[in-house]
Design a protein around this ligand. Structure first.
Ligand code: ATP
Length: 277
């Protein structure tokens, strides 16, 4: 077990790396401070600072290869940053494992949904419940059929499946549903973890426009009903900009613009990098 993990369990996390949070943690649920992540000579994330207000829906955009997914991987604990800090809900989290970060309530989804394909939609969603051994991928296949879900977990999973609109396919195997339905199933599983914040990687990719808007309307409802905060990578700006409060724009590993969607849409620098891309 890593030192940071042990200290976190002892409640000493804030002393790691020294000191105070780099932002007002009562206002911001997520503070990314001067984060860098290099792969050899590739500066995938090159000194990113961003803030996400509690209860907001924030977009993270940028051309292909600008560093968005790498930044998500750093925030969610899949990569340790080469420099900088990440604070979530008042705690420093860089150095924690993905599972520890998940347990703190920061949950991510992937560009390509990572479902357990030999299990049903119901089992996939129910397996995301906090505390069930199946919440860890390596345990999921082993446990989901042998350890019965509690009745209340099953009921919660059915409610969640209804929320994301998948009731008609709840009993289908995950590899027998459409790409859009896989995205919804992954969102459902993430919701079973009772997140305070969701990092969504291209929730509308490959989904028809009607379903894409339904997904974003669901996101707005989750913010309103459960107070969940969102940071969302999305290339479909014409949809994203209708639903987000604020937008960060990445290019070549850096934040090159930020603001309300209308401001970002008018920013000539943003048009230039997209046209250039
Ligand atoms: N594991 C890795 N090893 C080496 N280089 C990587 C790795 N992951 C990403 N990169 C490089 O880092 C840069 C940023 O990639 P990243 O996937 O974070 O961009 P992105 O903005 O998410 O792109 P997209 O919108 O296409 O998903 C790219 O040049 C990419 O080739």
């Amino acid at each position: 077990m890593r030192l940071a993990s042990i200290l976190a369990r002892l409640g000493l996390q804030q002393q790691v790396g020294g000191g105070a949070a780099p932002c007002d943690t009562s206002k911001y649920i997520l503070c990314v401070e001067n984060v860098k992540k290099y792969f050899g000579g590739v500066r995938a994330v090159d000194g990113v600072t961003l803030r996400v207000e509690r209860g907001s829906i924030v977009g993270l955009i940028g051309p292909n290869g600008s560093g968005k997914t790498t930044l998500f991987n750093v925030i969610a604990g899949y990569y340790k940053p080469d420099a900088g800090q990440v604070w979530f809900d008042g705690r420093r989290i860089d150095g924690l494992s993905p599972h520890e970060i998940y347990k703190l309530g920061l949950v991510r989804t992937f560009q390509t949904p990572r479902l357990w394909r030999s299990l049903t939609v119901f089992e996939n969603v129910a397996g995301g419940v906090k505390g069930h051994p199946g919440e860890m991928l390596r345990n999921a296949i082993l446990w989901s059929r042998w350890v019965p879900f509690e009745l209340k977990t099953g009921e919660k999973a059915l409610d969640t499946i209804a929320f994301v609109g998948l009731s008609p396919v709840a009993g289908n195997m995950a590899d027998a549903i459409s790409g859009g339905q896989m995205k919804l199933a992954e969102l459902g599983r993430a919701l079973m973890g009772e997140p305070k914040m969701l990092l969504l990687d291209e929730p509308a990719a490959g989904v028809n426009p009607t379903l894409a808007r339904q997904i974003f309307e669901g996101i707005v409802r989750l913010r309103e009903e459960k107070g969940i905060t969102f940071l969302i990578i999305e290339h479909r700006l014409e949809i994203l900009f209708d639903y987000v409060d604020y937008v960060y724009v990445m290019h070549q590993g850096r934040i090159i613009a930020e603001g309300k969607p209308a401001e970002v849409a008018e920013n000539p620098l943003v048009a230039e990098i997209y046209l250039g891309g």
